[in-house]
Design a protein around this ligand. Sequence first.
Ligand code: ZN
Length: 72
Amino acid sequence: MATVPCALCGHPVNPESLGVYQRTRGWVQKRSGGGGHSVALPEREPEWAHSGCVDRASRGWLTQTELFGGKP
Ligand SMILES: [Zn+2]
């Protein structure tokens, strides 16, 4: 399969390579304490990203949340 542009950095990513992330839409149950992130009824979207890009993005988001004093 041909490579597609990474949804986060725009560089080519192979959707079949190990560790690649695919964007998924689904349902997450609200729980007390905010624990648990299992997705029910996931629908796969035609978007992929490098694992490194997703890791950086999630760390960046966490840092930003902390900087603004946000508490989930
Ligand atoms: Zn990327």
